[in-house]
Design a protein around this ligand. Structure first.
Ligand code: HEC
Length: 316
């Protein structure tokens, strides 16, 4: 699990948080994973619920409502839902993030907020469980001395830790927040929880770059169109994104983190639902295979004919 976002004054670097821009800091719920899980339910391009209280409403109608109450207490059961709750919660939020809100008493609103936090902490607990992270790969067996690498795997491992320097960011040692506890603490997570700017090109296949015209509700998602630049961690730290920055002294550091993106784990990075499934790598999905990823790292510092070379996937 990612640590709660913090600034290390010696390293002059941020560690932890979730999302490419680290904005799920974990400061409020003391869990970055829990705060990340609170993003999708009301995100207009993900689950699109109009109100976070709709999550509590759906939970109260779900098969496991009784189990939830058993673990988290009676708040969920005591909420008085308005008669139009089902209708309201079935109305997707617009791209301007405005949708109908459930009409709740102050007490019930507080209960629904508490349930939303409990729901998030439950997801984080599940994500941290062996059911999601089994740490049962061949690599784990190799570290435990129970498997041997083929010559090619051995070669890749040496390159990763040696000449290619991948493990300077994607730590392959047992150094990730080891607390001497579970296997998950001891096994390498292939991230150092910092951020870097790799110089990745924009992915113009993302619809967002083309949403510079009003939609049917008159909402313009991206007034800058193709000129939009994703400042990543810097954008979050600047406080301009609507996500609260937990420590005001961080705001002045924002420009130093412009363009930086969190180093993701490389665990299960080649896992896919079926062999022919095409994956998208990097936060913007620009690269489509591990071969492209390696080729990008191999050639990204080479001089290309144009800035932001569209042929970066080829040798230049
Ligand atoms: C300077 C730190 C750094 C180094 C060195 C580095 N990476 Fe990364 N890596 C990152 C960051 C940051 C990202 C995320 C970039 C993004 O999302 O745009 C990333 C993303 C990736 C991804 C995509 C993961 C995903 O789920 O999309 C792969 C695969 C990867 N790196 C492999 C490597 C390999 C192989 C090497 C060595 C050749 C390497 N990295 C060296 C920082 C680094």
């Amino acid at each position: 699990m990612a640590p709660i976002l913090h600034f290390n004054a010696t390293q002059q670097d941020f560690y932890g948080g979730n999302f490419w821009d680290m904005r799920a800091t974990g400061a409020r719920l003391q869990s970055a994973a829990a705060e990340q899980s609170q993003g999708p339910p009301t995100n207009p391009v993900e689950m699109g619920l109009p109100d976070t209280a709709c999550v509590a409403y759906r939970l109260s109608r779900g098969n496991y409502a009784t189990l939830f109450v058993k673990v988290c207490g009676p708040s969920l059961q005591s909420i008085q839902w308005p008669a139009d709750a089902e209708k309201t919660c079935s109305t997707p939020v617009g791209r301007n993030s405005v949708g109908p809100q459930l009409s709740l008493s102050t007490e019930d609103r507080n209960r629904a907020n508490a349930v939303y936090d409990q729901f998030a902490l439950a997801i984080a607990a599940y994500e941290a469980s062996p059911g999601v992270n089994a740490f049962s790969s061949k690599f784990d067996a190799f570290l435990a001395g129970q498997a041997t690498l083929t010559a090619q795997e051995q070669h890749g491992y040496a390159l990763f830790n040696g000449h290619a320097q991948c493990n300077t960011c994607h730590l392959s040692g047992n150094a990730n927040g080891a607390t001497g506890g579970t296997v998950a603490d001891a096994a390498p997570l292939f991230t150092d929880f910092t951020s870097s700017n790799l110089g990745l090109p924009k992915n113009l296949d993302l619809p967002f770059y083309h949403e510079n015209k009003p939609d049917q509700h008159g909402f313009v998602a991206n007034p800058q169109g193709l000129a939009f630049v994703d400042l990543g961690v810097g954008a979050f730290l600047s406080g301009s994104q609507g996500t609260p920055v937990p420590d005001q002294s961080w705001i002045q550091l924002a420009p130093q983190f412009d363009g930086k993106v969190q180093v993701p784990t490389l665990r299960n990075v080649d896992l896919r639902p079926y062999p022919g499934f095409v994956k998208s790598y990097m936060h913007n999905g620009y690269l489509k295979s591990l071969k492209e990823v390696v080729h990008f790292y191999n050639t990204r510092d080479a001089k290309c004919p144009t800035a932001n070379d569209p042929n970066v996937k080829k040798t230049c």
